[in-house]
Design a protein around this ligand. Structure first.
Ligand SMILES: *[C@@H]1O[C@H](CO)[C@@H](O)[C@H](O)[C@H]1NC(C)=O
Ligand SMILES: *[C@@H]1O[C@H](CO)[C@@H](O)[C@H](O)[C@H]1NC(C)=O
Length: 443
């Protein structure tokens, strides 16, 4: 979203060096991470700015190799993908099987109830198409989670107020054995007080996985506001034993949604809150924390933080990097690019993009950027460590005759050594200055 001026000032003052929320160009929800080929793909929902109810029309994909710089892949699946759906692009999860990616997601059947649909793609970043042309399940069909067990049997759980599952067939788009109802007991899902109709803490947003021989069911608990709790079991259908609170009620969103992965030897917990300017229960943002399991497999209590997960490794500036790979930004947005992928737009005087942990090594000598401008362009300042930090180069961006008319600009760089946070600070006159597709330094 475009921050208004007072909010922009507040964001600069208080959160410019933080990594959470990890997406700032839009409000993002219901994180569902997937590790594939050494990269973390993050599937999310999308809240519209200024919403006072759930206004959700499409889903989004981001990816990262380092947990702090996240590349925007846009919206490869939306309500328009599903001809039978008309509203409520709610939570989902994507998994890979036999080279295809299946994205299970909640949405409202046209003039009907919530249902789970399934999109399919040959690529983790889509585009996704409707795999079956109708809902996979209805029956309080929200918040699906899918896990493929060691024996190849896939399970899909979902639901609020109940918890249901089906055994998916190997085609991943049909199921056998009917819909199974999990019996929610306080031993299995914890005790909720003051709500006789919902005696256990289970609410919605389940996340199923197996790790070192134990099956985990992590879920949004109690209401409202929600916290995150978890249960464990000896098999993918339980029996479940309540494990405790994972994330307390925090962060000015009355919902939350877990996503748990292991990546590069560490464990990560994804969730959402209302921490961006203008954020709240209907304008949420995805965050991530690193955590360590207890020796007995317990999940510790994880607090929301602004600092987020530490960077895994560093970012190589000597290969092409997308402008939409961002640790933190102020003022910019993204759109599909005529050259493929996405580009950054809405660049105005004073806006910036932070890229974290850039490994310049012995020193960068020059910089190339792929840019366009339908007006008279502007400048890209490259600064280290902060928006006011050491200036290591300035590139002039000319008018190119169109917002999707791309050209390369080059400029000299001096003093960029070691591993530093890089800030692209944009300057120029009034209005939108230019657009930015990709960049690369050379030595
Ligand atoms: C597992 O370990 C944690 C501490 O790491 C402890 O609080 C918990 O009670 C243990 N759970 C079981 C079932 O032993
Ligand atoms: C989480 O926050 C609570 C309340 O501020 C604090 O007591 C607790 O130590 C924190 N836990 C961790 C793991 O940081």
């Amino acid at each position: 979203m475009k921050f208004s001026a007072p909010l922009l000032t507040a964001a600069l003052a208080s959160v410019a060096r933080a990594d959470n929320p990890i997406i700032q160009t839009i409000y993002s929800t219901d994180p569902a991470p997937l590790v594939h080929n050494g990269r973390v793909y993050l599937y999310t929902g999308h809240d519209e700015p200024g919403s006072t109810t759930f206004v959700m029309k499409d889903w989004r994909v981001f990816s990262s190799v380092d947990m702090v710089n996240w590349q925007d892949h846009g919206s490869p699946m939306s309500l328009a993908t599903f001809s039978w759906a008309d509203a409520n692009a709610w939570a989902g999860q994507t998994i890979q099987r036999n080279g295809k990616f299946y994205w299970y997601a909640s949405m409202r059947r046209r003039n009907g109830a919530m249902a789970v649909g399934v999109g399919v793609s040959d690529s983790p970043t889509g585009p996704f198409r409707d795999a079956i042309g109708r809902p996979l399940v209805e029956n309080w069909g929200i918040d699906p989670t899918v896990w493929i067990d060691d024996d190849g049997q896939a399970y899909m759980y979902w639901g609020n107020p109940g918890l249901w599952y089906v055994k998916l067939n190997p085609d991943m788009v049909s199921y056998s054995g009917g819909i199974n109802t999990v019996t929610l007991t306080t031993a299995g899902f914890g005790t909720r007080s003051g709500n006789p109709e919902r005696p256990t803490t289970y609410e919605e947003g389940s996340w199923l996985y197996k790790r070192t021989g134990k099956y985990y069911m992590v879920f949004a608990a109690s209401c409202c506001s929600e916290h995150i709790g978890y249960s464990t079991g000896p098999g993918p259908t339980g029996p479940w034993t309540y494990g405790g609170v994972v994330m307390p009620t925090q962060g000015s969103s009355f919902t939350n949604h877990p996503g748990v992965i292991d990546y590069q030897g560490s464990s990560y917990f994804f969730y959402h809150n209302g921490a961006l300017p203008g954020g709240g229960g209907y304008t949420r943002s995805v965050c991530v924390e690193r955590f360590t399991y207890g020796a007995n497999g317990s999940i510790p209590i994880i607090n929301m933080s602004k600092d987020g997960a530490p960077q895994v490794g560093s970012l190589n500036p000597y290969v092409r990097q997308e402008a939409e790979t961002i640790a933190w930004e102020s003022g910019v947005q993204t759109e599909p690019c005529s050259e493929g992928g996405m580009n950054v737009l809405s660049i105005n005087n004073g806006d910036y993009i932070k890229v974290k942990g850039v490994a310049f090594g012995s020193g960068a000598k020059s910089f190339t950027a792929r840019v366009s401008s339908a007006t008279s362009g502007g400048k890209i300042e490259m600064r280290l460590d902060s928006t006011g930090g050491t200036l290591v180069g300035t590139c002039n961006v000319p008018g190119t005759g169109g917002w999707q008319t791309w050209t390369n600009v080059n400029c000299a760089v001096g003093g960029a050594t070691g591993t530093r946070d890089l800030f692209f600070r944009f300057t120029g006159g009034g209005g939108e200055l230019f657009r930015f597709n990709w960049w690369q330094f050379s030595q």
